[in-house]
Ligand binder design. Sequence first.
Ligand SMILES: Cc1ncc(COP(=O)(O)O)c(C=O)c1O
Length: 392
Amino acid sequence: MSRAAESHGAFVPFALPDIGEEEIEAVVATLRAGWITTGPKTREFEQAFGDYLGGGLECVAVNSATAGLHLALAAVDISPGDEVIVPTHTFTATAEVVGYLGAEPRLVDIDPKTYCLDPEAVAAAISSRTAAILPVHYGGLSADMNALMEIAGAHGLKLVEDAAHAFPTRYRGELVGTLESDGAVFSFYATKTIATGEGGMLVTRNPELARSARVMRLHGIDRDAFDRYSTKRPSWYYEVVTLGFKYNLTDVASAMGLEQLKKADAFHARREYLAERYIDSLRQLPLVMPPRPEGDSTHAWHLFVIQLGDDVPSTRDEVIRRLHDLGVGCSVHYIPLHRQPYWKERYSLSAEQFPNSERLFQRAISLPIYTRMTDEDQDRVIEALHTVVGDV
Ligand SMILES: Cc1ncc(COP(=O)(O)O)c(C=O)c1O
């Protein structure tokens, strides 16, 4: 079906997954095969994901990026009393996983050039308790990883990437997931660039870290259920070697993930096309376009975040409301963590400590961008924006 024929009519939603017959057939085949929890499809998905990133990596499939981040931090030994540097401009999962380990997230401001962790703010936030840096590749554009790798190296800190938005993203020619960090964690949540409903992948170059994450992924058992039922050992035998969690990805989800992965390049091309089309069509409006990748870096365009220019008299909330009335769904990424009651109260945070994040928050609108969006859908968003902010 052509993109035009598929148009979604009355309302352009903020996000939609792109599930085709291939995913449906793969899921049905897995259901018919009878192995529905972690097993051969999950192995295949891990292998294919690693191959996509160029090989030589360990991939650990998990049931969410939150789970993957928790495992990665646990595997690098984040412990009570440690601090982990996290951007304030993120989803709560990034900070929450630090708390799971009894450690403290140390929130820092973002760089207005990337909307990701500001390396200078990171350097200023390092204390004797700092154990790791946890950057977020916000919206699908990489953080300044060279600067962060340098800081981590100089201070002996672990570096774990929240790559929930960053599949596929290149940083200076290298795919996120292959950089010199301790690990990167991708999300396959329903609205992400490839989706399995819920799901994630922890990727690392470090076999020891991967082994530890694999054991913790399934109750601290020394091998997963698939091995347990397919090797020569008695099927009832297993050993619990550490405190674990229930974080394994099912074969049903992995079957979907394998099909989505085959489409990843086509999906990415469509997102790049839509992003460029927004940039071209909105340039006359009093809006700030999202930061763009430089040189041989690329953007996954999971999010397309505009900011209202200073001369737009309406508030961000009014603009979102009017766009909604014109049939366009938008969102805001994110309400910064320093504004969230739990984090704000726990660390006595105030908006003045995070001026770049505050400025972005006050003006940011995430426009719809997804692969099933037709050119006609996008035209509706563009027209609506011209109507709402075009006449200032
Ligand atoms: C920046 C960021 N980190 C982590 C997560 C958690 O991902 P998941 O829903 O796969 O646990 C999200 C989810 O949206 C996110 O946006």
